[in-house]
Design a protein around this ligand. Sequence first.
Ligand SMILES: [Fe+2]
Length: 230
Amino acid sequence: MITDIHAHVLPFVDDGSETLEHSLEMLGELYSQGVTDVILTPHFRGDYVKTPEELYNVFKEFKARCYEADIPVNLYLGQEVFIDGNYKKIFHDKKVLTLNGTPYVLIEFAFENAGDITEFVYELKNLGYVPIVAHLERYTFSDIDLAYEIKAIGGLIQVNADSIVGKYKRKYSKFIKELFSENLVDFVSSDLHHKRKLMIKKAKDVIVKKYGEECAEKVFRLNTEKIIKG
Ligand SMILES: [Fe+2]
């Protein structure tokens, strides 16, 4: 069983899915790959700045459609928040959602020149949040020292399934290997968009094979429990 804490499946709210049909298709695919719980994490970035209230309304509607379509996946709401210089105001004004209403917040940065992301993580931590850095492997400035620093100040690390087995496999394999060997990965998630191929089952199989059942259980299930149980 898998809990996915990063997926752009909610329709009409970002670049994840433009139609209800696509969203239901994506959810069905997640279910078929062993995902029983999904936290829907629309972007808060650029043009995608729906208010929490707007998101809740779409979420409620979508949940009802999933129930009608008989897809037995538990749904929760969150957001993937792009962090730049304005982030303190955004959080202070409560313009963004944490994951399932918990202190856990999924954050992403510019892929290049994001500034000192440990400082952002540190400050969010001081504001009472538990920051989860989305797809750490994808930033041009990422390295193992940064991963250690994030963990040392109380941040958590999420890696994308398609960086482990998909089209980015070769590009990130060395770093991914280091992260797993040093036991620094907290979550593996799909970061699913309609046009991306879902690789979560394959990624899980690879992790079981290379790092063991216990490691896979941790990054796909155990670490997510606190977020799901609130
Ligand atoms: Fe994402």
